[in-house]
Design a protein around this ligand. Sequence first.
Ligand code: ATP
Ligand code: MG
Length: 409
Amino acid sequence: MRQSQLFTKTRREAPADETSKNAELLIRGGYIHKEMAGVYSYLPFGLIVIKKIENIIREEMNAIGGIEMKTSVLQNKEVWEKTNRWDDSVVDNWFKTKLKNGAEVGLSFTNEEAYSNILKQYVNSYKDLPIYPYDFKEIFRNEARSKSGIMRGREFYWKALYSFSKNEAEHNVFYEKAKIAYKNIFERAGIGGLTYVTFSSGGTFSKFSHEFQTVTEAGEDIIYIDEKSKIAINKEVFTDDVVESLGLKKEELIEKKAVEVGNIFTLGTKFSEPFDLKYKNEKGENEMVFMGSYGIGLGRLMGTIVELLSDDKGIVWPEAVAPFKYHLIEITSNKPEVKEWAEKIYKKLGADNVLYDDRDLRAGEKFADAELLGMPTQIIVSEKNIASGKLEIKDRKTGEVKMILEDEI
Ligand code: ATP
Ligand code: MG
């Protein structure tokens, strides 16, 4: 992409009311726009990052049998009354509105009811199971506080998968596969080394749920990490009994602040019972479907990457989620050969891979923008380089500069 075509501009300062590092850097880079507290628009580059994250998640979900669909945001009150989760005194973070005829509708704050209600129409026999539908979706929650930038939105984009299995044993097999898929996702997104499978409160059907907690000062949770086994315990379930039951030693655990980037949960029959979601087994008897849920917040993941992978100059994107792999910087010159060379490299590497700074600006401004925007590799084309026939390649992360021939890129 040519930078001259972009309408967003970088800014020296983030809005005064923005206190989180992730939103500050992303606003300054023109990745996102703050509409109000907890509500952000994704501008062109922000959207590319979200789509790259989405693709990583999609590949990993499809690899374990996930089937993508899209559930509606507007939700039917009657469906939620089945689980007693419509009432504001039970769920306090609903956004609700009314149709012209006065009927109430809600904006999805989660998906269990919608999925159970849809699947009720299709699941009859043991032959129909197991199934693993999922979607990417806008979720709305009237969060009491939203001071963590895109890590805690009142409107946010997530992936939620629900597993529908014949029984607990079948569920457990998928649950372990999902754990591995989640590890792959966070690894590929560049935060694997700081992300820990964390034992957390589980509800009625299992002792624990598993959160994927990434260590960062920007996190709102406290976890206790065992570095040897790479597992952690959330403060909310941190007791001597739990430590012992997991075979850990309390004195070896390290307390850290962390953010929950994803979680997986055994739901059992909590939702299949109220929806009467059952199937006929091989003997022709009715059995309840056994469910699990698997969530990831894409904005939260993007914000976490920025919190961890940034420095005093700006963002340092890991290659897998960077909007562009290369930032091609043409140092403005009155020699037409400079532009010609830059154009040639741009065409060769391809518009999807390169952000080409073809603007008529001072070199210092271009360099500062490149550091803030954070593409992994900068390629600098200048009059000086033409003389030597070599390009200047700068690694955004290490700052290391190399001179290489064009063919070596
Ligand atoms: P938290 O404990 O942080 O409030 P949660 O346990 O309520 O999150 P879930 O309902 O399980 O979260 O949602 C699944 C995933 O969606 C979370 O693991 C997180 O990555 C993401 N998520 C939840 N709330 C938000 C939010 N307000 N903004 C952005 N992402 C969110
Ligand atoms: Mg949670």
